[in-house]
Design a protein around this ligand. Structure first.
Ligand code: FES
Length: 157
């Protein structure tokens, strides 16, 4: 084997290595971009939208006019269901200011947050305290009253 044969053999090995490196890079990019595209499509697909569920939340007669009670959702969320006298409303018990627990004050027909004296009207709109200054309101849930029962609609997450 003379020097020109050795040069050609070295050149072929270098070409094969280059081809393998290029193929590895293309395969790596395909896997990376494919994975990113898969998760992007999965996130954006209609099936990914937040699911809602409807749950029995107690009897209509369990909450007298002006009264309220706390319902615990299957995922642990607490919902204050109130009979305002004009119908039932359901709000998260989490104050939008800094997350303290709000409660219904029947005599004043308001929700009160004890942490910073936040007050919300019967429709969950802040009317006093830091939440009012920030224009906040309680998170609301749909509630339906039949002759006998209350059903609440909750959104996943
Ligand atoms: S946490 Fe409710 S008013 Fe501040």
């Amino acid at each position: 084997m003379d020097s020109s044969d050795r040069d050609r053999a070295a050149e072929r090995r270098a070409t094969r290595r280059g081809l393998l490196a290029w193929g590895g890079m293309v395969l790596g990019m395909a896997v990376s971009y494919g994975t990113a595209a898969f998760f992007a499509l999965r996130y954006l697909s209609p099936g990914r939208r937040a699911r809602t569920w409807r749950a029995y939340a107690g009897g209509v007669r369990d909450i007298p006019r002006g009264g309220s009670r706390t319902y615990t959702a299957p995922d642990g969320r607490k919902v204050v269901i109130t009979n305002t006298g004009e119908g039932f409303v359901a709000f998260s018990d989490v104050c939008p200011h800094l997350g303290c627990k709000v409660h219904w004050e029947a005599a004043r027909r308001e929700f009160h947050c004890p942490c910073h004296d936040g007050v919300f009207d019967a429709q969950g709109v802040a009317i006093s305290g830091p939440p009012a200054k920030a224009g906040q309101r309680l998170a609301r849930y749909a509630i339906e009253a039949t002759d006998e029962a209350l059903y609440i609609t909750l959104m996943e997450g």
